[in-house]
Write a protein of this length. Structure first.
Length: 85
């Protein structure tokens, strides 16, 4: 059985950036309009983080870090598609 983690995700966008934070505290920054991932140090991360917290809050709903087991059919499909070995 394959186990995966389910994460919550929050994001904010401006004309120039998309900033995301997940419930495991991983943050990512993307340049818009093509949404190519860039280094956090290459953008106004502090302002975007404040915007995200002010708009969506800092907490994630309960259960967004729960482990979830996949059934055999899902595992088989993922294996056939090459996502897992």
């Amino acid at each position: 059985m394959v186990t995966r983690l389910r994460y919550g995700l929050k994001s904010v966008r401006t004309d120039d950036y998309l900033f995301t934070r997940d419930s495991a505290d991983e943050e990512r920054l993307y340049a818009r309009p093509d949404e190519m991932e860039i280094q956090l140090s290459d953008g106004p991360v502090d302002e975007l983080r404040a915007m995200l917290h002010d708009t969506l809050g800092e907490d994630f709903p309960p259960g967004t870090q729960a482990k979830e087991e996949m059934g055999e059919a899902v595992e088989s499909n993922l294996r056939e598609l090459g996502y897992i070995e």
